[in-house]
Every structure is written in C-alpha cells, then in structure tokens.
Design a protein around this ligand. Sequence first.
Ligand SMILES: [Zn+2]
Length: 336
Amino acid sequence: MRAALQMLRGDDPARRLLWRTLGLARLPRLGAALRGLFAALGEEGPRLLGAPSAEALVSARPSIAALAAPSLLGCGLPLVGAWPMELELINRDLAAGKDPDNVLDLRLSGAVVHELCHGLRRELHGPPAPWMVLESAAGFLGWLAYPRHVFPELPGEALPGTAPFLLLGQCLARLFGRRALLRTMGGAPLQGLFPEGAAEALDAAAREDFERRREVPFARDALAAPAWVKLADASRAERRVTLAEAAALDFDALPWWSEEPLPEDLELARSAVRSLFQVNVLAGTYQTHPCEARELRLDTRTCLLRRFRERRRWWTRRQCCGSRRRRGRNCWRSIY
Ligand SMILES: [Zn+2]
C-alpha cells in the first residue's frame, strides 16, 4: 500500500478522481466491462471477484482506488493508468472542462478492470504460476469482458500494450482450454489445471527465464510469447524443450500445425489481425491508439504476420529516427 500511497498522495483533481464514487450508469465502459467479467467467469465470478455481481462489487468498493485495493497487485504497485504523467494528462482533461465521469471511464476503466482480472490477493502455499501465463490469462479475460480495452476505438481507452498477452492467452486457451487458463486467476498452480507435461514445461520456462535475466518480468516480455506458445505446444507431443530451444522450433514441427482449425483458431487469427490496427504511443504517456494498416504481410513458413510499409504517424520524431534494429523491435509482431 505504501507505494500506491506515494504515487497517489496529493489533492489535485486527477487524484480525487481515484476516490470518486462510481455510478455505473454514467460509466459505460466500466459498467460493460464489469458485467462482462462476471459473464466470462460464470459461477466462478463471485469467488474470484469478491462480489456476486457488477453492481454489488461497485456498491462494496465504490471508487477506482477501492476496486483496485484488494486485487493481487493493488497493494504493491501504483495503479497502471494513474502514474504521474497520466495523472497530469487527466488533470489537463479536467482543467479543460471535460466531464469527470467521461474522463474516468476513458482513462482509468481499462486499468482497474485489468487489476480485477488478476484476482484477489491470496495466501501462497507454493510458487505461483509463471507470470507470462498469469498476464496472458488477465489479458484474455479483459478481452472477453470488454474488447475495446484491448482493441481501442478511441485513443486512451485501452490498457496499453496488452494485445500480445491476449494472443498468448488465446493460444493457451486453445491448447489447454479456456476454463483451465481462467482458473489460474484464483492463484492455483498450473499442476492440476493444465496437463502435467504442459504445467512442468511452463513452470520450467519461467525458472529458465528468471535465471537467464535475473529481472522482474515486464510488458516487453510479451515479445517472447512465440517461444512460450511453441514450448507449450511441444509439450502436447511429450516433447520437452527449453525456451531457447522452443524459439528456434518451426511451427510445422509441432502438433498444432496439422490439426483442423477450430473456431478458437479463427478467433485467434481475427485478434492477430486486429492487433496490427493499433500502435503503442510512448511519447508523454504510454497509450495504445487505433491506427490504419494498409498492407499486411503473412509469412506462411514462420507464421509471422506484420504490417508492411506502415506509416508511423503515431510515432514521435525521436522514435522514427531510431536505429533500424530499434525500429524493427517496435513493429507489432504476431505469429498466431
Ligand atoms: Zn497485469
């Protein structure tokens, strides 16, 4: 809680918004997303979210701060979307006379719903599931609840940079079942939720990743998602590989390649394409904006789908002038 207080301390209009009483009738995104969360989780919703319905949840925890507080990361990290630069942006919106509920709904609903997607704080009796899996489950659930929080129709309404985690989540749900993936939200280890070989492979990948870097995971790790998908798929053929080995595998050597497409595969393809119609803006505040993609290129050997000859009209001058390697890394890439 200390870190959150440090970030949230102060008494300007943006900070007061975090404590503003929520009325779902005036907050279309938040209302739809909360109802979507309960719909997606079904009978597990009340236990995982701590209330029987969206209305009851907001009645018991009637502000953004109160909604976030008992969530898994609500006491250890400042709320994404309410960091100092973002609070400045919100202050500018409010100073310009914008409606506080509209500002809250646009700029904070995606972030607080994402925190709810990580579930409630819980006692741990063993190592948690790999962060990549938990983040992809949260991204997947957030998309089920309210797709515009992943694929924005307006600048500022999405949780920034979450599309790659959604894609990984869709892959894991396709391979091991939606229910298994969403149940990770309750804090259970992968053993018991995923097939034994897959759970062992994913847990080992998390250890390998940490040993290699000795860093806490972060949003950039989404770029490593293809290796996690291949490793998970290989485990279905009882083939155990490291993350590094998985990255070098060809898709046509894996079971998924030769399976008949399921409805989940088509949904996955739709998400992959949609993820190329947005761009992350790093200048000022970190946001994901919708954008046009005039031409897409699909490499059927590597399954790499990317924008081709894109115009980076959302990028800042400094980013456009970066090295070729940096520009390449900034491209949205998807293997799915
Ligand atoms: Zn998260």
